[in-house]
Ligand binder design. Sequence first.
Ligand SMILES: [Zn+2]
Length: 105
Amino acid sequence: MALKIKNGDTVQVRSGKDRGKRGKVIRVLPREGQVVIEGVNVITRHRKARPGTPQAGIIKQESPIAASKVMVFHEQHEKAVRIGFRFLADGKKVRYCKICNQTLE
Ligand SMILES: [Zn+2]
């Protein structure tokens, strides 16, 4: 199944501990059906200084979450919207917003 979420999309989390959070998609993992979103599902790791690891301290890093938990956020409506697929005259598959019918890039 093709993911409805693309790199660079602004999305909103619909469920889980980060519910309601909004952020930009920085990575899509189509095989796993997961996405990585800026500022969402941030895991904090404490790293100790060891030979070979010069950087010690607290490291914050986003972890992937299920793509099914997020929806594309369409600024026009200031809310997350349902996305559909359709084909253009030239056969290209595009996404569109089911509220305003606008084609999304
Ligand atoms: Zn829209």
